[in-house]
Design a protein around this ligand. Structure first.
Ligand code: DGJ
Length: 723
């Protein structure tokens, strides 16, 4: 609910309140964000917020300091020396702004962002507040949007800058949101990583100054994720306060928490200003990416479940609820050595496994014998596939399978026909040898003709063949940033323009090929964010396919993203990345609560493994109907690495599934009780495979007994069914 009275804006969700005030001089002050409170205490808010009262902003109508005032859109160069929300360079070259309240509007529904992904609603269940500020120095308008999804404690935030003046200005900084808190005795949690180790949670004490997570790679990155949480010291998985922000954006971003000199905390998120500037001419509008903001007083688990609900109900492709397929991906089976006969043999081998889609990964096009050639030449290699894909697709169909194909649309090999024809289409600096990575160059997607050409060549294949699934990969980061099509003064626009070009291509494919299920990928999980999930409901999580390595990765990824978006494959052992040998059962169990798939040569499976595989597939079929709406609980990921446990609970609390994996057997341990979550206290449940019937309260408060007998890498998969 959004209300406005006596210069106060009140945003109320199921469990939170967000309060702002227009001060007499027009500054938009932030008053409160936290656990839901009543709106009637206006006198109180005149004293609040703590530090602006203690260090007064004004004495006798004179500003004393802006540096302690909690604000919604802090200006630059007017006495607030903390991180500014928006920086506009005026026509005279000065970067000084003074944002003051101008007007506001309230309306039902969400706001449609034209060329960026965003949270939407088709049920009219959201409300939006738009507050317009005017920069008293340049005259430019800044619009702050608050779209409120009341039932799931989500506020979607973005900012628009509208140049309503006669002059050209330049934008240097634009945050999607800024929240100022009066406290600072907190921790920050973010997700760090690298290739093969994406999204590992890290928690650290806030210090004076800035703590940031960011990317300048042209994508959200393996090393970081556009997410951060501000949590109280006593916050854990199930209790305590947590504020979470995640950007619906896949490009260069920054999320920061800054503790100021008076102890307050500024939490902000937006485009990374490091490489960014934007020329805004008379009448032009710049729209920031949207950020998702949530509050939980029930710990990190609830914060995650709020993010999951926002994604499932309101984020593009994820909200469309396309059925997730169980895929058989051929990358780790054959790498580049693919051909028609191998694929036909694979179809024969997997045809009665219950799989949905066979996905032909890299290696099918141009002269692609290894990673150094042919990207951009999306033409079937007829030496490998003499009849094109006709025989394969026919064989798939006659065996109840669909066919999927791999592309890497945003890059080009210098050894390719496309490069011979258009050497200037890659991102480069004239006269300078471009940096390569995985032997690839990045296509300049800020240029419409490049995006159109990629569409034409890829869509020719997708139109010719019955392709049900596309894995959209992107295996390198941007270097030599800039575009030969932009003027000298506009090179700072390139990163953002590039990602807008990427989104426009994804949108076009989504619209033109609605029957295709798209899966994102980026050297594993190098671009796992809500921006991609708007176009593709699933993302390949990591090239580390080792079940034990995956525990940490899936655990961290679930901090923000719903389990069904997290693509997990059972692969061969010894594992190709780690050399580890794990039981086939564990490999299946670790993927079971997520998006299950397989990625290995079926001819190397033993009879026993095939039987187990069929059980895994039919179990997943049974679970998937309720898993996509289930509440996910991270029960355990112990700091001494001995075990990991997760639980999913159906929306009506009638079913639950629990995974427990031993990472390191501890002979001194006598076993443990796993305290389940989210069940109905009063319901009675049958626990399989234990064959006992107990109440929800027993499972939650006394716990589920885990015997010590489990050895390294063994797993138990419990099912909890209401009786
Ligand atoms: C990187 C992906 O993460 C892999 O799964 C595979 O598709 C390769 N690219 C293919 O080059």
């Amino acid at each position: 609910m959004i209300a406005f009275a006596n210069n106060y804006f009140y945003i109320t969700t199921k469990s939170s309140s967000y309060i702002m005030k227009i001060l007499p001089d027009g500054v938009l002050k932030h008053c409160y964000y936290g656990r839901r409170i009543s709106n009637q205490n206006m006198d109180y808010y005149n004293l609040y917020t703590g530090y602006s009262y203690i260090v007064p902003y004004m004495i006798n109508n004179e500003v004393t300091t802006m540096d302690a005032l909690p604000q919604e859109c802090p200006s630059c160069g007017r006495g607030d020396y903390r991180n500014p929300a928006v920086v506009i360079e005026n026509a005279d070259g000065r970067r000084v702004n003074d944002f003051k309240y101008f007007s506001h509007r309230l309306y039902r529904g969400a706001v449609c962002l034209e060329s960026l992904p965003y949270l939407d609603t088709d049920t009219g269940s959201a409300e939006t507040l738009e507050i317009i500020l005017k920069d008293l120095i340049s005259g430019v308008h800044v619009h702050l949007f608050y779209t409120v999804f009341e039932d799931i404690d989500i506020i979607a935030r973005h900012t628009e800058v509208r140049n309503i003046t006669e002059s050209t200005v330049r934008l240097h900084n634009i945050m999607s949101l800024n929240v100022d808190f009066e406290f600072s005795d907190c921790d920050m949690i973010s997700l760090y990583g690298s290739w093969g180790k994406e999204r590992t949670p890290e928690r650290y004490t806030l210090h004076h100054g800035k703590a940031t997570v960011s990317s300048n790679k042209g994508s959200s990155g393996h090393h970081s994720c556009p997410f951060a949480a501000l949590v109280k010291k006593d916050t854990d998985e199930e209790s305590g306060e947590a504020y979470g922000i995640s950007l619906i954006y896949s490009g260069d971003f920054e999320i920061g928490i800054q503790v100021g000199q008076f102890g307050g905390t500024r939490f902000y998120a937006g485009i990374n200003s490091e490489n960014f500037s934007w020329k805004l001419q008379k009448g032009e509008i710049f729209t920031s990416p949207q950020a998702i903001l949530t509050y939980s007083h029930e710990g990190l688990g609830k914060m995650s479940r709020n993010f999951h609900a926002a994604c499932r109900r309101h984020l593009g492709a994820c909200a469309q609820k396309k059925k997730h397929a169980i895929v058989w991906n051929l990358w780790e089976a054959f790498y580049f050595e693919v051909n028609e006969q191998k694929i036909l043999d694979t179809i024969n081998a997997v045809r009665d496994f219950g799989i949905d889609v066979l996905v032909l990964d890299d290696g099918w096009f141009g002269n692609r014998e290894n990673e150094s050639t042919s990207l951009g030449d999306w033409l079937i290699n007829t030496d490998k596939f003499p009849g094109g894909f006709n025989n394969i697709i026919e064989r798939c169909k006659s065996n109840g399978l669909k066919f999927g194909l791999w592309f890497e649309p945003e890059v080009i090999s210098s050894e390719s026909n496309l490069f011979k024809k258009h050497p200037d289409w890659c991102i480069h600096i004239d006269g300078v040898a471009p940096m390569k990575s995985r032997s690839e160059l990045v296509l300049d997607f800020s240029r419409q003709e490049v995006v159109d050409a990629v569409y034409d060549s890829m869509s020719a294949i997708l139109k010719k063949y019955d392709i049900a699934y596309v894995k959209w990969d992107m295996n390198r980061n941007i270097t030599d940033n800039g575009s030969i099509s932009l003027s000298n003064g506009q090179q700072g626009e390139h990163s953002h323009r590039h990602i807008l070009g990427v989104y426009s291509l994804m949108q076009r494919f989504k619209k033109e090929f609605p029957h295709i299920f798209f899966e994102g990928s980026a050297g594993g999980g190098g671009r796992f964010d809500f921006g991609i999930l708007y176009y593709m409901p699933q993302i390949w999580t990591s090239d580390n396919s080792d079940a034990i390595g995956r525990l940490q990765i899936q655990h961290g990824t679930s901090m923000v993203f719903p389990p069904e978006t997290i693509s997990c494959h059972v692969s061969a052992c010894p594992n190709h990345q780690t050399g580890r040998v794990t039981p086939f059962k564990t490999r299946g169990d670790v993927a079971q609560l997520f998006s299950l798939g397989y990625e290995l040569d079926p001819n190397h499976l033993t009879t026993e493994q095939i039987e187990l595989l069929k059980v895994q597939v039919s179990k997943h079929r049974e679970l998937e109907g309720w898993l996509e709406n289930a509440e996910f609980y991270r029960l355990k990921q112990s700091s001494d690495c001995d075990s990991c446990a997760w639980q999913s609970v159906s929306a009506d609390k009638s079913r639950s599934a629990v995974l427990y994996v031993t990472q390191l057997t501890k002979p001194e341990k006598v076993g443990e009780y796993l305290h389940l979550k989210g069940l109905d206290e009063t319901k009675k449940y049958r626990v399989l495979p234990l064959k006992i019937v107990v109440s929800g309260n027993v499972l939650m408060y006394a716990g589920l007994p885990i015997k010590r007998q489990y050895r390294d890498f063994e797993s138990i998969f419990f099912e909890i069914l209401e009786v």
